[in-house]
Design a protein around this ligand. Structure first.
Ligand code: CMC
Length: 436
């Protein structure tokens, strides 16, 4: 953030009082008016449901320009990272604000790998869940439960402790995710195998059987690694803002991340990848023309929306969606996908074309987002639909913990405490129950 040179003056037209507010110039993106003293000077709050115009914090982690469809982690374009980097290298980058040297990356990978096991007592948590529990519910519970194992000896104001927290979370999320799946399917838990790469290990814990040899498919491991890079961070989205808000009270970071997982679960956020595939299957099964579904999405009396379309910030093609569409094509080609999987991709691409040529979508700048094609890839990998958002959570963990750590080292950070526009009753007199 540049030092303040510009100001904005606001005049109260009723009283004639004025307040001059500082305006900051970020390294990229729109200028930001600091309204911190507005209430003190004029006695007013600002009102911005959904944070349409509000920067809730300053951050040097992720930049996105929704108008141009640009996404960068620590200044590096997502396209370059997707092509040349790996998920764990991106984790290092997000946490440390620079790319690692070879020996630093080796050390980082080795350290993460040392933390993949769960405390044995944690494993008993799973059996408390119903077999048909959604794996996201299990994940919220189990990640929150990690707070019980790492609390008393953790100093969240100590940078080194924060880094250990990051190692633990990056390492344990795949283990928890895979165990959620195994539990729901009545399959034995598979402990991590540290000789495998990060994503190979996840596939191994998901799909191997103690009774049989299993070698993770390098093609799938590579595709998953790419998807993880594309989901790693996305500045102040709903789940990240939730983690920051929960963490702003100095709460345990595992508990704060559990709150982020809860926020991610909704279909307007990370739950959309599951909703997209359900929608595509419904479309295929209905046999109705695609325009029927596009018309329903436009109908304000119908709650149906085109899932995987639209974004609060992107008013252009989501760069992640473009990359994921490419991965999807390549993977389905390389692995000789079933006709069913190919049909889902064909329907998705045809639906995209119908929507992109429809005035309603054009006028509102509604384009496919990151969730539009990712589910088709997950399905092709053999991952069941209710696990899609779990994988999103696994990938986004690094974003949450990097943003939390940045907040903890920010001297301007305060406990998050929004104000409100109160519209309820006031000064009522309590009536005893017999008189109401
Ligand atoms: N289908 C039909 N209409 C839509 C859609 C859609 N998918 N998305 C937005 N609109 C319309 C909306 O009805 C509104 O129209 P009008 O101006 O006439 O009232 C206009 O476009 C603006 O939409 P909004 O809901 O005010 O925009 P928002 O920024 O509050 O919501 C969104 C963004 C992502 C929640 C929304 O686009 C949506 O619900 N999309 C479908 C769910 C989805 O794909 N979510 C994943 C988001 S990306 C990954 C992530 O965040 O995890």
């Amino acid at each position: 953030m540049s030092s303040e040179t510009e100001t904005v003056t606001i005049t109260d037209n009723t009283t004639g009082k004025q307040v001059t507010l500082p305006m900051y110039t970020p390294t990229a993106g729109p200028k930001v008016i600091d309204i911190g003293k507005l209430y003190k000077e004029l006695g007013y709050f600002t009102y911005d449901p959904g944070f349409m115009s509000t920067a809730s914090c300053s951050s040097a982690i992720t930049f996105l320009d929704g108008g141009r469809g640009v996404l960068q982690y620590r200044g590096y374009p997502i396209e370059q990272l997707a092509e040349q980097s790996s998920y764990l290298e991106v984790c290092f980058l997000l946490l440390n604000n620079r790319l690692p040297k070879k020996e630093e990356l080796d050390y980082f990978i080795n350290t993460v790998t040392q933390h993949t096991m769960l405390h044995e007592a944690m494993i008993r948590f799973f059996s408390g869940f119903r077999r048909d529990a959604h794996p996201m519910a299990i994940m919220v519970g189990c990640v929150g439960a990690l707070a019980a194992f790492y609390h008393d000896h953790m100093d969240i104001h100590n940078e080194e402790h924060r880094m250990i927290t990051a190692y633990r979370l990056i390492a344990k999320m795949p283990t928890i995710a895979a165990m959620s799946y195994r539990y729901a399917n009545g399959k034995p838990f598979v402990y991590p195998r540290n000789s495998l790469s990060y994503t190979e290990n996840f596939l191994y814990m998901m799909f191997s059987m103690p009774s049989e040899e299993y070698t993770p498919d390098p093609l799938l491991a590579k595709a998953l690694d790419l998807i993880m890079i594309l989901h790693a961070d996305h500045e102040q989205n709903a789940s990240t803002s939730t983690v920051r808000l929960a963490g702003s009270s100095d709460a345990n970071p595992f508990a704060a991340v559990a709150s982020g997982i809860a926020a991610l679960w909704g279909p307007a956020h990370g739950g959309a990848n599951e909703a997209v595939v359900r929608m595509l299957i419904d479309i295929n099964e209905s046999g109705k023309p695609l325009q029927t579904f596009v018309d329903r999405a436009k109908d304000k009396n119908d709650s149906f929306r085109l899932m995987g379309f639209g974004h609060r910030v992107y008013k252009n093609y989501d760069p992640r969606a473009r990359l994921i569409r490419e991965i999807c094509h390549k993977l389905l080609n390389d692995m000789e996908a079933s006709s069913e999987q190919q049909k889902l991709l064909d329907t998705a691409m045809a639906l995209e074309q119908v929507a992109l040529h429809d005035d309603y979508f054009v006028e509102r700048n509604l384009y496919p987002n990151v969730d539009f094609y990712s589910g088709i890839i997950f399905l092709a990998m053999g991952i069941p639909m209710n696990m899609f958002t779990v994988i999103f959570a696994m990938a986004r963990t690094i974003g949450w913990i990097s943003q939390w750590s940045e907040m903890m080292s920010d001297h301007e950070a305060k406990i998050g405490r929004p104000r409100q526009l109160y519209t309820g009753a006031i000064d009522l007199d309590y009536l005893p129950i017999e008189k109401r």
